[in-house]
Design a protein around this ligand. Sequence first.
Ligand SMILES: Nc1ncnc2c1ncn2[C@@H]1O[C@H](COP(=O)(O)OP(=O)(O)OP(=O)(O)O)[C@@H](O)[C@H]1O
Length: 227
Amino acid sequence: MAFFEARGLAVSYRRNGVPFEPFSDVGFELFEGQIADLVGPSGSGKSSLLCACARLLPKTSGTLALRGVDSKSFSPEEWRRRVCYVPQKPTVVAGTVRDNLLLPWSLRVRRGDKAPSDEALRSLIAEAALGDVDLDRDAAQLSGGELARVALLRAFATRPDVLLLDEVDAALDADSAGSVSRLTRRLVRGDTACLRIRHRPPDGAADRTLRLERGKIAQVDHAEAGA
Ligand SMILES: Nc1ncnc2c1ncn2[C@@H]1O[C@H](COP(=O)(O)OP(=O)(O)OP(=O)(O)O)[C@@H](O)[C@H]1O
């Protein structure tokens, strides 16, 4: 059984009053502990596909399942907690690194949930090789690469089953992109799966590469993944 499965997905937008579907019958699966890259030409619908998988787009049809359980069994909020979409531009709130890492616990959907302790947050920071980023540091002083890793840690701290990363390394230099990639690889373990949109050359972190093109999705060999 696939860990995460999408079947017959279609997304519908309106453009100048006319319906437009970037894809109308797309399916794929993700396996436990695996990272899959999603590549394809600009405008092929990669971000739309990730948003559809997180149930962030109202006009989506098809079926989604997590560990064999249909998404209809979950409220949209519960689904998004399990299938976590991370946008390219990290959401940063005014305050400290701690405030930013704990942002999900300030939201209504998590009211009553126990937030991670400082100790747990520090061990995440150590895992991200962000050793000099103290929890009390002003988030406004962080570099783009540090912010990208804080955003990734924040998503991971919520313990999602599936991480959907929408080009989180796009605006970073090669070194920072490498740190994000290594962190992703370390975080995605046995009971997690990850789908990453990437425009950069393959970084060796992905187990598989999927290509979305002209409304179809296909697995490609790693040798051609960057093409
Ligand atoms: N809210 C929207 N309303 C109408 N059309 C949209 C909307 N969002 C995206 N589109 C269109 O859907 C198509 C797919 O967009 P999407 O952003 O999913 O592609 P992408 O493959 O992620 O592109 P890129 O690699 O450039 O980020 C594009 O033609 C885009 O213009």
